[in-house]
Structure formats: C-alpha cells, structure tokens
Ligand binder design. Structure first.
Ligand code: FDA
Length: 584
C-alpha cells in the first residue's frame, strides 16, 4: 500500500479529535482523522456541556450549535441535584445546579450567547464528526495507531488497517494525539505526567426504564443515592444519571480498585438498578455494562516538537464537574487556528509553543478540581454520620438522628446543609468553566496588571478584556434589527479588530496589514450610527477601553492585545503586535 500524506494526522475521533478535525476542516485544511474502531462512542459517557463549549460549536456555525440544542436536554431539566436514599425513598437534600439557581442563571445569561445543556457523548461525537467530514476532513475508521517518529520536516506514523491487518505509513507535518486516557501518542512523544491512574473503581450500568413518576417533579441530571452498607466502600453512594429524560439512565456504582474489575452480568446490574430506584420488581432493559477507573493525572508537557496531545490524553480525571469532554473540545479550539495559520504560512512555528503555555495549566486545574470535588462529598458523609461506623445499622441510626429534637441534631442538620451547599464547587462552578486567562507568546500584555477576581474565581466568571482573557459577551444590534453577541463578531479562524468612534486608524491599519501579511483580519466599529450599536451600553461597560481604543481578538475569542485609545501610529503598533504574536 502506498504511503499516505496529509498536513495534520489526528489520532482519535472522540470529542477532542472530532472537534480538532471539524475546526481544521472549517479553516480550509483536510486533516486525516483515524479511529481504531469502526464507529464513534457507543455509550453516553460525557454529557454536561458548558457555555464555553457551546461557544466553540457556535463558532463552527449556528447550524452546529442549533443541532446540539436540538438533541440536548435543556438547562431547565438539569438542575435539582437530589440527595436521597433511593428514587422512591427519603430525600435528604437538594441543591440547584448547572446554572439553575436564579442568581447563577443570571450570571449565565450575562456571560455568553450560548446555553449550558446536557448532550450525551453519543450525540456530541457524531455532530462534530459529521461537521468535520462534510467540511473536508478525511476519516479513516478501523485504523489503529501504532507508533510515530518525527524529524525536522514532519512526522511518520505507523498504523494498522484493521480490516486487512496490513501496516500503513502516514506522513504528516503535524500529529495530534487525541487518543484518550491511555494515549499511546502521549507515551511515545515522551510527554511528562504528574499524578496517579486508577485511584478508584467504577462501573457504568446503562439501562432503559420509564422513571418519570419518581423524577419529573424534581428534574435533574444527577440523583445521588446513599444506602449505608450497600457496597464495598461501606457508604453505599450510587449515582443515577439521566441520559434521556426520563427513560434512559446510567448508574455509576463503585467497585474495590484493589480487586480485579468485576464481571457484571445483567442479573447484578438489575439488582443495582432495583436498589437505587427503590422498586423491587422494576424490569429495566440493561443496555450495557462497563467498568472504568477514576484517575488523577495530568500532563505537564502536552506537546513535543510536531506532536500535540489533547483531551483525556493530557488530562485524566473523574467525571465530577463534567469537565472531560468540554475541556477536550476547548483544547482543540485553542490549537486548531494556530496549526492552520502555521500551515498557511501566516505564522511562524513558534506560535505553536503557546499551546503548551496556555493549555497545560488548564489540564492541571481541571484534574485537581475534579478530584477535589470527589473529596468534597466527605463532609456530607461526615455530617450524616456515615464515617463514624462501618456497621450499616449504626450508620442508618446516625442518619436518622438528624430528625431528632436535640441541640446535636440541630447542629447536624446545619452541617448537612452546609456540606450540600458546598457542592456548588462541583455542580455550579461557572468560574472553572469560563475564567481561562492565558499567558504566552500569543498574548501581548505589555505589563498591564491582571484584574483581581472580586469573587471566588472557581464559582463566578469575571469578564475582562485584559489580554489573555476570553472576550466578554455583550449583545449588539445591527441597523436591520439583527442582534449579535460581541463574540459572534470574532472567531471563525481569523483575528478581529474591535474599535469604536475615533478608531478609524485601527481599521485602516488592519486593512493595510491584512494585505501586507496575507492574513485576513475582520474589523468592526461599534457605536451610534456604526454597523453595530451598543444600545444597552453593555459593551461600553465591558470593553475596559475608550471609544477610540482597540481590542485585537484571536480566532479563539481570547484578547491578544488592547490599547486604551488611538495612538499616533496605529499601523506601526498593530504591525509590532501581530508580528510578535504570529512569530513573524
Ligand atoms: P476519548 O477517549 O473520548 O476518545 C479517544 C479516541 O481515540 C477514540 O475515538 C478511540 O477509539 C481513539 N483511539 C484510542 N487509541 C487509539 C489508537 N491506538 N489508534 C486509533 N484510535 C485510537 N466524562 C464526563 O464528563 N462524564 C462522564 O460521565 C463520563 N463517563 C465516562 C465513562 C467512560 C466509560 C469513559 C471511557 C469516559 C467517561 N468520561 C466521562 C470521560 C469523557 O468521555 C472524556 O473526558 C472524553 O471522552 C475525552 O475525549 P477525548 O476525545 O480526549 O478522548
């Protein structure tokens, strides 16, 4: 078989690989994307889809964003996070989550044009993959990555065609390892990791059963069931997760990591379903059972030369906070425009160094947060008295004690409320999802000090145009009544210059430099009688510059550089900044 040549070879069609393929294809490239299986994810896996990820889909096109909403369970159905003894049993507590608390909903609405939703991986992957293939990516399924070597000119990758058993060689200028938590690409590229794999064992039981009567009055993605003594760990916490409201579900149940992964048959799975639902004779249709391990590991180097890894290949963590697929797609958003510009000759290869500088800290942050969120169940168990004994009868008595008319019981009730409320760090951590502020050679800060966070940065998103931060969202209005987000004016693979009245110098400079550097640059003037009007004044409040100032925004919506007001020589300023960022 003749060798294959491509600019970018992507290993994996998960959320990271499919997103990278979709974005690169949208930027006019024809990446080759392979998967060792014949099709995409066959179980729902990741599902919580946050606003920042939806902004990536929106950048791919309103059709892509709208299709995601069409298949998703909407935000209103996500948020009553229930703690109970079974779905038919006693409810211990609830907390509004995923932007469903009225105050949090306001923050969501103010932060982004896009909405959080619940989109199982079995819907997200086909959407991204279809977008990739229909726009020019070359898919090759049943093709397994085996090894790679790189030199100054490119990467030579050896794969096996699983239909014929034959080896094939693929030459690419760049290789993306989006091959998941057991990434061979990361291993062969010699990436460095910190942390530990396999810190706990879990099993997923996917089943169908109409549970509407137990849940529809308290709609949620997650129902946490506490049954003391019901499992190896003693505490007996299981998770009943909505896949499709309200007839498809996934139960997550623990197993002892010190023992081999259990062989779970339909009878055992049915028993677990009956216990957690609390109905002895329910007949669930068991669709699949699988085991997986909780990991606590992140890469400290996420690229090596011409090889870039992303997604679970570089961050391996439990599903807490729902960050897995989201971060994977956002990794792809960060890298794809840089690769496209380097391959088109619009930027020097040093631009690619910024991927490591910008995304490795995110990998560490989310792995740390997701594992901390597991620990933060501890105070709930403690407050319920589940840590004071391993005897299930005593544990139940401790839980029951919260109903007594004593000072201790009143203190216990307060402790339970506090512990449940603290789970906001897992179930409504808007800041973790949105507050990414980059520092790298692809951002020109010029000594401008970072604005301090006024509230907890894990919980609350704080918009700023400080270089490196994501552009704030504000609604703007066109002459024909069209309403767009400030984010809509940017992205789509190109740099954007945003200015206002008095900023003509920036627009002229962008046009000149666009020709000079062979680099498309979008330009927008915002203000009265301009193409986009800031009728609410929200943009003026968010932009942190004067009318004649400028924001230079990168294709991934992050602010590359800003100037407070027009300067004596805007063209020289913009040329200097663009050349720095693009390593020209
Ligand atoms: P992902 O693992 O999705 O994709 C890797 C891709 O690489 C696949 O297409 C695979 O076939 C391919 N591949 C691997 N090796 C290859 C090779 N040698 N050659 C060719 N192709 C190769 N997250 C969450 O937020 N909530 C959840 O409930 C769950 N639940 C869950 C359950 C199970 C069983 C798993 C395995 C994972 C989860 N996750 C999860 C994690 C979530 O699914 C994960 O974060 C994302 O899928 C990561 O996307 P990636 O694209 O990085 O990897």
């Amino acid at each position: 078989m003749a060798d294959i040549k491509t600019d970018v070879l992507i290993i994996g069609t998960g959320p990271a690989g499919s997103a990278a393929a979709a974005l690169l294809a949208t930027h006019g490239l024809e990446p080759l994307v392979i998967n060792r299986y014949r099709w995409l994810a066959n179980t729902p896996r990741a599902h919580i889809t946050n606003q920042r990820t939806m902004e990536v889909l929106r950048d791919l096109g309103r059709d892509v964003e709208d299709e995601a909403y069409m298949f998703a369970a909407e935000q209103d159905l996500m948020g009553e996070n229930v703690f109970c003894t079974s779905l038919t049993g006693e409810e211990i507590g609830r907390m509004k989550s995923w932007g469903n608390h009225p105050l949090s909903r306001a923050e969501h609405l103010l932060s982004s044009p896009s909405r959080m939703n619940d989109l199982p991986q079995t819907y997200m992957e086909p959407l991204l993959f279809k977008t990739a293939c229909s726009r020019g990516a070359q898919p090759r399924m049943s093709t397994e990555y085996k090894s790679h070597v790189q030199d100054a000119d490119g990467v030579t990758t050896t794969c096996v065609d699983k239909l014929t058993g034959r080896e094939l060689t693929i030459h690419s200028k760049f290789l993306i390892g989006a091959d998941g938590g057991n990434s061979k690409v990361a291993e062969h590229a010699g990436l460095r990791f910190e942390g530990k794999m396999g810190v706990a064992g879990s099993m997923n039981i996917l089943f169908e059963a109409d549970l509407s009567r137990y849940v529809a009055h308290r709609p949620s993605v997650l129902y946490w069931v506490l049954q003391p003594g019901a499992d190896v760990g003693g505490i007996g916490m299981g998770l009943v997760r909505m896949v499709r409201p309200w007839n498809e579900w996934l139960i997550v149940w623990g197993y002892d990591i010190n023992q081999p992964a259990p062989q779970v048959d339909d009878a055992f799975a049915t028993k677990v379903v009956r216990e957690l639902v609390g109905v002895d004779d329910i007949e669930p249709k068991i669709k699949s059972v699988s085991t997986w391990t909780v990991n606590n590991m992140y890469a400290t180097t996420i690229s090596n030369g011409r090889v870039f890894c992303m997604g679970d290949a570089t961050h391996r963590h439990p599903p807490s906070n729902g960050l897995g697929s989201n971060t994977s797609i956002q990794d792809a958003f960060n890298l794809s425009w840089k690769l496209a510009m380097v391959l088109k000759g619009q930027a020097g290869p040093e631009l690619l160094d910024s991927y490591q500088a910008e995304r490795a800290p995110v990998a560490k942050q989310i792995v740390t947060r997701a594992n901390k969120s597991i620990e933060e169940f501890g105070p709930i168990f403690k407050a319920l008295g589940l840590l004071d004994s391993v005897d299930p009868v005593k544990m139940q008595q401790n839980m029951d004690a919260r109903c007594n008319d004593t000072a201790e019981s009143e203190a216990q009730r307060a402790a339970i409320r506090t512990a449940i409320a603290n789970k906001v760090y897992e179930f409504d951590a808007h800041g973790v999802e949105m507050n990414h502020r980059y520092a790298s050679n692809a951002v020109v800060k010029e000594g401008q000090p970072e604005p301090a966070f006024e509230r907890d940065p894990e919980l609350h998103f704080q918009p700023t145009t400080w270089p490196g931060a994501r552009l704030p969202h504000a609604w703007l209005f066109g002459a024909d009544g069209k309403k767009v987000s400030s984010l809509d004016l940017t992205g789509h693979g190109v740099f954007t210059v945003l200015t206002g009245i008095g900023g003509d110098g920036w627009i002229a400079a962008a046009k000149t430099l666009s020709k000079e550097l062979g680099l498309p640059i979008a330009t927008h003037r915002i203000g009265p009688r301009q193409t986009w009007q800031d009728l609410n004044g929200d943009w003026a409040r968010a932009r942190e510059i004067r009318d004649s100032g400028v924001l230079l925004v990168r294709p991934d919506h992050h602010v590359a550089w800003r100037a407070d007001a027009v300067t004596a020589d805007p063209e020289a300023e913009l040329r200097r900044v663009l050349k720095t960022i693009l390593s020209l």
